[in-house]
Design a protein around this ligand. Structure first.
Ligand SMILES: NC(=O)c1ccc[n+]([C@@H]2O[C@H](COP(=O)([O-])OP(=O)(O)OC[C@H]3O[C@@H](n4cnc5c(N)ncnc54)[C@H](O)[C@@H]3O)[C@@H](O)[C@H]2O)c1
Length: 703
């Protein structure tokens, strides 16, 4: 059992001991109920203290039990709390460090609570699309008041114990310990005091017996509901938090508990909660690589060099400066170097102006940056990231030079988006030290980092770069070597499909609107205008040589021939007014598209938003399945993380692969067969990837 039982004189202390955060898994729950039973059976024991070992009281549910039968096996948390409440001997919760979710609910079921200052207190279930499910919505308002409780439950954000202790009339903490160090002693003293108080059989206080009212009653909840609705758009849980807390004010405690349970169970089945729980797990899983053990030794990275001070080089450097890691930034010419440094300065200064960065922090960060024109200055860096022009010849020159100057053991990374990392590695005598670090633009803002694993990349190099990704606050996902890696390889199919939709009758604005209604941050045409339509143009020119049979709509090429590269040229799929980013539908583009259709003999038809979304998203899904099959991505959830953090895929849908799972892979394949009948689409496009076809036939899912 993952809870220790010890008797200190006349007080039994039950210490949850389930690292890392004393999650309330089955064995911890058993430890608690056993401990309470033992204490009650021992006549020498007069009171009970519950606390947590290590760095938490309890962080709540044990995520390792998510989705397993153990999660609900008796004693479940509700039963554990009942056992605490019903204990003949007073039970004191001694809270320190972290009391979240089920951990806080457990404490609320104890007769008394003492907390150390600095403890983070929260009911974060809303972040998983749920509400607290073990009385949190019914008990917390009773001890800190309806409004503060609802704020905590709707936001899920932690509040420090000492702040909560200052709330007028609060009954959450009966006592604040002087310090974390003195908590154990003070908890024992409180327990003894309470044992004496109740020795004559005086009933022990239960949170559930406290009153729960808001002076404005329903009017307040209506106001709260409106506020929450505005902020939580696609997520049902925050609104349901309001319902649950309102129930605490209107119903008897036991009825309120039933309401809470019903809401919790219903939310558990929503696609939004499934998406959020999936993302929570996927985020943790992304850093795990099947054949790279967690204890793989890592190299030390205390200094970084960046080659190229352009768009990416500057942004990449900022990540490390922000993390306190010194950066040497190298360019070929002084003016390019000066421009790069000036851009970094400008970025920081705008943060200072907006109050997001303190002046002294800004200066500290700039002091970590050393611009240079000489390779002699960078040889001692632990990691060098190349971000020069996207041409193999230039990469070759740079990597041959790096091979000469970098110290042994330095990691040599390339930020290339499209080039073969194995070929780049082969320019050096140390391919085991070469890896891709594919940042997304703007590199100081975007969360995603694709870590590209070459055929010879060392496991320690991978482990080091993944850990470093965490340090610079990126979501790092490992990708194998292929054209476009995970993200851009999939987006190419999505863009092709967007082109076919236009050929058949959609306007760019109609496609964008449908996809944005589905929840994407930006539709494919607005995205093209933002990124620059010339990028895709260059790729298609290359494809015409490499894969001459691949069909494309030619509208995007015609657009580029009109010089409409996007926002940077003031015109793309849309028109733009000087200095503004609003996309205005363009008559010239419509005319170009209509002429193109006529030249191909296509009679335009009306296409539903549903078809638009399905064709675009299933294009991603099918390529995702190929990517899994080819071993480019290790798991479907990695692909989801790439799309959620790098491509604006709607969070509440959990990523393309989870979305396909939720639609049902059988249905996805059926839709693909249907699209393949369309004479204006590319029938081979809709050939289901073998993995997708197999999973669909077996009634299985990606995740
Ligand atoms: N721009 C993006 O959205 C994006 C996103 C991800 C990855 N990338 C990749 O990042 C790399 C850089 O792209 P960018 O957009 O920053 O390009 P950029 O043109 O803005 O910057 C490239 C910089 O490299 C410098 N440079 C060229 N050759 C050099 C050399 N031999 N030594 C030192 N410096 C040299 C140039 O002077 C220029 O300042 C490319 O490989 C690109 O594919 C770009």
């Amino acid at each position: 059992m993952t809870a220790e039982y010890k008797v200190h004189g006349d007080v039994a202390v039950i210490t949850m001991a389930n690292p890392p955060v004393n999650g309330l898994g089955l064995s911890t729950r058993l430890g608690l109920t056993d401990g309470i039973a033992k204490a009650n059976a021992d006549s020498s024991v007069k009171a009970i203290v519950i606390t947590g070992a290590g760095k938490a009281f309890s962080g709540g549910a044990d995520i390792r039990e998510f989705g397993s039968a153990k999660a609900t096996q008796e004693p479940n948390l509700l039963s554990v709390i009942r056992v605490c409440e019903n204990s003949d001997k007073p039970v004191v919760a001694a809270i320190h460090s972290v009391a979240m979710g089920g951990g806080l609910e457990l404490a609320l079921g104890c007769h008394y609570r003492i907390a150390a200052p600095g403890a983070s207190i929260a009911l974060p279930e809303v972040k998983l699309g749920l509400i607290p499910g073990a009385g949190g919505t019914q008990r917390l308002p009773r001890v800190i008041g309806v409004e503060p409780a609802l704020n905590m439950i709707v936001s899920g954000e932690p509040i420090k114990s000492e702040m909560l202790a200052m709330l007028p009339g609060q009954k959450l903490f009966d006592q604040m310990a002087a310090s974390a160090e003195s908590l154990a002693e003070e908890a024992l003293a409180l327990a003894r005091q309470m044992a004496a108080k109740h020795a004559d059989g005086t009933p022990k206080p239960l949170v559930k017996n406290l009153p729960c009212k808001h002076p404005q009653g329903d009017a307040y909840f209506q106001f709260a509901r409106n506020m929450v609705k505005g902020m939580s758009k696609n997520f049902p849980a925050p609104g349901k938090c309001v319902d649950a807390v309102q129930a605490a004010t209107k119903q008897k405690f036991d009825d309120g508990m039933l309401t809470e349970r019903e809401i919790f169970t219903n939310l558990m089945l929503t696609p939004e909660s499934r998406a959020l729980r999936h993302i929570f797990m996927a985020d943790r899983a992304a850093s795990k690589i099947a054949d790279v053990p967690e204890d793989t030794p890592k190299r030390t990275i205390e200094s970084v060099a960046v080659i190229g001070a352009g768009t990416m080089g500057g942004g990449i450097s900022m990540n490390f400066l922000n993390a306190g890691i010194p950066v040497k930034m190298l360019e070929m010419k002084q003016d390019a170097l000066d421009r790069g440094v000036a851009t970094i300065r400008k970025n920081y200064e705008s943060q200072v102006k907006k109050g997001k960065l303190k002046q002294d922090k800004y200066e500290q960060r700039m002091a970590l940056l050393t611009p240079t024109l000489s390779y002699d200055d960078i040889g001692q860096a632990d990691l060098v990231i190349e971000a020069v022009f996207e041409e193999m010849g230039v990469k070759e020159t740079v990597f041959k030079k790096l091979d000469q100057v970098m110290k042994p053991g330095a990691i040599l990374a390339s930020n290339t988006s499209t080039l073969d990392v194995n070929q780049i590695a082969a320019f050096t005598q140390r391919p085991q030290d070469v890896v891709g670090m594919h940042f997304f633009s703007p590199a100081n803002v975007m969360k995603l980092l694709e870590v590209v694993r070459g055929a010879k990349t060392g496991k320690d190099v991978l482990a080091t770069v993944m850990a470093l990704g965490k340090k610079i606050k990126k979501t790092s996902v490992v990708s194998g070597v292929c054209d476009g890696f995970i993200g851009n390889r999939m987006i190419e199919q999505y863009s092709r499909q967007a082109g076919f939709l236009v050929d058949e009758g959609c306007t760019p604005a109609q496609v964008d609107k449908a996809v944005e209604k589905f929840g994407f941050a930006m539709g494919p045409f607005r995205m093209g205008d933002l990124a620059g339509n010339d990028i895709g143009w260059a790729i298609r020119k290359r494809r015409a040589v490499e894969r001459p049979n691949m069909l494309y709509s030619q509208t995007a090429d015609l657009l580029c021939e009109m010089g409409r590269f996007g926002q940077k040229t003031g015109a793309g799929w849309y028109d733009y007014q000087a200095g503004k980013r609003d996309a205005i539908p363009s008559a010239a583009v419509v005319e170009m598209i209509e002429k193109y259709r006529a030249s191909k003999g296509i009679t335009p038809r009306k296409i539903s938003d549903e078809e638009i979304v399905q064709r675009l998203v299933f294009a991603l899904v099918n390529e995702g399945a190929h990517i899994l099959e080819d071993g480019i991505a290790g798991k479907a959830s990695d692909i989801d993380m790439v799309y959620l953090t790098g491509y604006g895929f709607p969070i509440f849908r959990g990523g393309p692969m989870l979305y396909a799972d939720q639609v049902g892979l059988f249905n996805v394949v059926q839709a693909m067969h249907h699209f393949a009948q369309n004479p204006h689409d590319d029938a081979s496009f809709w050939q289901p990837a073998p993995l997708l076809a197999r999973l669909a036939a077996e009634g299985k899912s990606f995740n």
